[in-house]
Design a protein around this ligand. Structure first.
Ligand SMILES: *[C@@H]1O[C@H](CO)[C@@H](O)[C@H](O)[C@H]1NC(C)=O
Ligand SMILES: *[C@@H]1O[C@H](CO)[C@@H](O)[C@H](O)[C@H]1NC(C)=O
Ligand SMILES: *[C@@H]1O[C@H](CO)[C@@H](O)[C@H](O)[C@H]1NC(C)=O
Length: 440
């Protein structure tokens, strides 16, 4: 372990400090969260992103995004299927490829800027901590405190996520991913402020977070943490008592104009609404009734996207998966129907993930392909051609949806672009309003 254990004296000091901090915060965070705030979302492949790799071509990026989607599905699946076991390790709810959109916030006093992946499929907030910049150095923050093993937040981590020999040890957390990668460190608390699109800081008070002294190579570079937005106890949503949030993701060629995410009173809940399924708080599950191509319904078995009583299958909305995943029976029916509906030369794509591709220009595709529509219980999402197909090779347009080899299906973030997607956690609905996100 890379941390130096403090002396008994400083342990007690920090213990008291933590108690003090805990007492002073609850009021601050709840009042600020009521106001609301917004942040810029930077796509990991945008030149604005710290993960941007100048030497990759557009086609490399598309391949990499497909690969990340597959990793993420495997990861999500491994979690949903182990859910019913009693010692379910909620630790792994951070994804191995850590998401697609980056938010900027600052931690500590004085504030240190952090770029972190936002993740609606995870609860954990963590930040790389070390003695060197550009990451957060807790020793230099006057508002920093950490938790001991006998604290409630340490208990909230769950047995699988903490290492505690003695009650007065610092609470050491460890997250192990589906692919074996890890992040670990001390469960901590400090001031957080989010950078709004005009670069002003919105103070949200103190948050519990993991101060990581070790994270594996997956978290390399300047992507120095994660921001979990699920409904579990340690997420941003739960800690701030946020009742609603929304986001609007621009098309990739508009990345300069910026995707946005809104919390609290700034969140926009508008357009068609579909119920969020109750009783599951680790992902946002909704009911997908069917898919249509033009005015034809894709022939699908009834309830194919329903979750079974043992928690298998179902349909989730995810911000961290790029391409939509459809379970095999639905994917086969969709590509067969699309293949018949679109009168362009077809072939398989440059990788196994692209099972249906059309040759031609974008204009050819645009006029030949009918609109694809996802029909939810109470809401519809009509996809633009730009959010349905990607140019995987020059002049080859592939369906940007992938076969799920599990029963689970996922609406990926590409298919949410140019929609205002709202999550109202009081009304328990997700809303979809088609907009040009670049104009917000
Ligand atoms: C990471 O951040 C540092 C300091 O902000 C900067 O000099 C460096 O170029 C960044 N690296 C990448 C890969 O963006
Ligand atoms: C950037 O992309 C190139 C080409 O795909 C690859 O060889 C290289 O390893 C990548 N660099 C990083 C830091 O990921
Ligand atoms: C699937 O779920 C919907 C909405 O809850 C329900 O109306 C339908 O009967 C279910 N279908 C099956 C086959 O379970």
């Amino acid at each position: 372990m890379g941390i130096s254990l403090p002396s008994l004296f400083s342990t007690i000091f920090f213990f008291l400090n933590t108690i003090f901090v805990l007492q002073s915060i609850n009021s601050i965070s709840s009042s600020t969260a009521g106001d609301g705030f917004s942040v810029r979302l930077i796509h990991r492949d945008s030149p604005l992103s710290p993960s941007y790799n100048r030497s990759m071509t557009a086609y490399d990026r598309i391949q990499a995004a497909a690969y990340r989607s597959v990793l993420r599905l495997n990861h999500i699946h491994s979690l949903t299927t182990t859910f019913s076991s009693s010692e379910h390790d909620i630790s792994s709810r951070i994804v191995p490829e850590n998401g697609e959109y980056i938010v900027t916030f600052s931690v500590g006093t004085p504030p240190t800027q952090v770029h972190a992946f936002m993740d609606t499929g995870s609860d954990a907030i963590w930040v790389k901590c070390s003695q060197s910049s550009p990451v957060f150095n807790p020793a230099k923050s006057s508002s920093y405190g950490y938790y001991l093993c006998d604290s409630l937040p340490c208990e909230d981590l769950g047995v699988g996520r903490r290492t505690c020999a003695e009650l007065l040890d610092p609470c050491y957390y460890r997250v192990i991913y589906g692919d074996g990668s890890t992040t670990e460190g001390t469960l901590s608390r400090d001031k957080f402020a989010f950078e709004d699109p005009e670069r002003n800081l919105a103070d949200v008070g103190h948050l519990d977070f993991g101060c990581s002294d070790f994270s594996s190579w997956h978290f390399r570079g300047n992507q120095s943490g994660a921001l979990g937005l699920s409904r579990q106890p340690l997420s941003l949503i739960s800690q701030l008592g946020i009742k609603k949030f929304s986001y609007c993701m621009v098309l990739p060629d508009n990345e300069g104009s910026g995707s946005r995410m809104y919390f609290g009173s700034e969140a926009v809940i508008s357009g068609g609404q579909t119920p969020l399924l109750k009783g599951v708080d680790w992902y946002y599950y909704v009911t997908l009734i069917g898919i249509s191509i033009g005015d034809q319904n894709v022939p699908l078995p009834d309830g194919i996207f329903n979750m079974t009583s043992d928690g298998e299958g179902g349909f989730i909305i995810d911000s961290g998966t790029t391409y939509t995943f459809l379970r095999s029976e639905a994917y086969d029916a969709l590509i067969e129907a699309l293949g018949e509906a679109i009168d362009l030369p077809q072939r398989r794509g440059p990788s196994e993930w692209y099972e249906l591709c059309f040759e031609g220009s974008f204009e050819n595709l645009d006029s030949a392909a009918p609109d694809l529509k996802f029909i939810f219980d109470g809401a519809e999402v009509i996809l633009m051609k730009q959010t349905t197909y990607i140019e995987a090779e020059k002049g080859l347009w592939c369906l940007a949806m992938v076969r799920s080899n599990e029963e689970l299906s996922i609406l990926g973030n590409m298919q949410q672009q140019n929609y205002f997607v709202g999550y109202d956690l009081e009304q328990e609905v997700v809303s979809f309003a088609p907009v040009d996100c670049a104009t917000f």
